[in-house]
Design a protein around this ligand. Sequence first.
Ligand code: SAH
Length: 216
Amino acid sequence: MTSNQPPPEKMMFQLALRRRGISDQTVLRTMEEVPRDLFVEASDRDAAYRDSALPIACGQTISQPFVVAYMTEQLQLQKSHRVLEIGAGSGYQAAVLSRLTREVLTVERYRKLADAARARLEKLDYHNVEVMLGDGLNLPPNIGPFDRIIVTAAVEQIPENLVERLEVGGILIAPVGPHQGVQTLTRLSRTEAGIERRELVEVRFVPALPGVAREL
Ligand code: SAH
């Protein structure tokens, strides 16, 4: 093996994403570059490159790699974009986004998760990501607009106050459906003529809940 080939576990990781239909080379390369093992709990490091969601602090989860890659691909990111994420969790999705775009703002309702994600992203040199403690369902009016918005917690309906923050030409993607069970990944595109809505695949996310969490 030559020294510039990725380690076998990462090659398997790539293969699994390709098999499931991820074809954007830039997204695949970014998935290979971002060290998911440093975003999971230390006890789960061995499982970091399997295609499954894993538990993180505060009863939340880091999403399945396929879903991260798929949502990223569906966002059709460009280097000039400003992106908003609701649900920072571990910071992994934000790290992937940050490599493909200008600026990422990610919002998290648990202080413990927000602080850990911020520290981790800084340490790993993801300097174009800002982690904000707050309620992504009820953001102050001065935040935005954005070229892309990604919601990584399940919403029963797409919040109007997020749609309003989308630029013309913008794309929003969110898991829409009941808090318990299966949701449909839904993509909204804002055009000059209005909003186009497309339903993509079924997914399972932890629920988006209102307010900043009271626990630390
Ligand atoms: N994108 C994350 C995983 C998201 S899990 C990653 O890559 O690791 C969903 C996250 O959304 C959880 O951390 C949860 O606390 C957060 N969340 C739920 N409701 C929220 C809200 N209203 N505002 C901000 N974050 C919220």
